[in-house]
Design a protein around this ligand. Sequence first.
Ligand code: UDX
Length: 427
Amino acid sequence: MKVIVVGAGYVGLVAAACLSQSGHQVVCVDKNIKKIEALNNGIIPIYEENLESIVRESLGNNNLQFSSKIFVSSDIDMIIIAVGTPTLPDGRVDLSQVYNVFREIVNVVDHPIIVVMKSTVPPGVGEKVKKVFLNKSKVPISYISNPEFLREGQAVWDWYNPDRIVIGGDDRESIKKVLKLYSDIDAPRCIMDITSAEMVKYASNAFLATKISFINEIANLCELVGADILPVAKAVGLDKRIGGQFLKAGLGYGGSCFPKDTRGLDFVSTINGHTFNLLKSVIEVNFKQRIYAVRKLINHLGTINGKKVGVLGIAFKPNTDDTRESPAIDIIKMLVDEGADVVAYDPVVGSEQCPLPEEITLTNNYEVATKHAHALVICTEWPEILNIDWEEVAGHMRDPKVILDGRNCLSKSLLVELGFKYLGIGR
Ligand code: UDX
């Protein structure tokens, strides 16, 4: 197949690289000229395991090219759209990038073609795009919804090992052609109409977010009744109908998808006349989890005004430098508001990646954050944090040596033995 991928962001880049590795001819287009120049030299703007080597190999064998303009030669079979769909302050999804691409496509396409939507768009957008943009095209343009479920940090693995491939469309031939993109991938194919495919993406992310907020509520209750969330979550998850994944209690979810998609689905519900109360609670519980953590720390320190607090881990999860909607950012802001002297540590995140209050110090050396600290807050379960020499840290911290383990990732018994006051989530 010969395809154009529009958008060299996280999803577009992974799709372009993996499709070219599977033998398709791919041109990946992005308006950001500097990014395209770097990509043509094999320099990847994000950290993603194996991505750089695939891009370099595909550039080498000419299966992959990068360009700053959409040029639709007559042999192009389809255009895959993977541009950003951020949330606006009122919860609406900002579709301006998607609409701009369609305006451009309608102008440049001169032969029948398939447009494959990989960006996450609210249910109903595909049908609207067909009416508003595609019906105005001089040549037939077929629309397929093909949502992506990649996780940051393991996107290449996820691409080749998906739980399912979801295709929404109303033209059998186009669906067949899009399926050919995935002929080397072994996974169930779920074929449906466009709006249903769009809904699958939102429902999946909202359900996973619900699991996280649910287990966080159970964890909070565990603390009140004197139970331990770790054996509770393990035993609950062993019920095959529930499943053990996404039952890790902690500071809640962050990242570019769950916060955006839960808010987006809430807005879609409201605008369609449905009040999605369960989802509203999921969002609220997730935010409160951050406040509870700060409250717990204050309760144990008396006051945190003037005390040194080391925040360990800024990324929203390990193995990424992404700090979007990371619980650590809100926690740092609240600690600063309460007068704490905050030193934040992350093994990879630098100040250019995240907007932190001016008064905090950001370091890539954990000792700078732990030395003379009264308390530590673990926000990301990085291997670098799990492997810290806690005996050494106990030696250079100040009393009362509180560790708030916001990811329940450290050994409570070891830390207590070393003289720390250990606070987990639901333990
Ligand atoms: C998610 C979805 O998993 C993916 O399918 C979708 O395409 C994009 O959104 P991602 O944002 O990369 O992927 O991260 P994920 O690994 O799913 O974790 C999301 C957040 O939930 C992280 O902040 C993580 O720390 C948190 N989380 C996850 C929990 O708090 N508890 C859990 O049990 C699992």
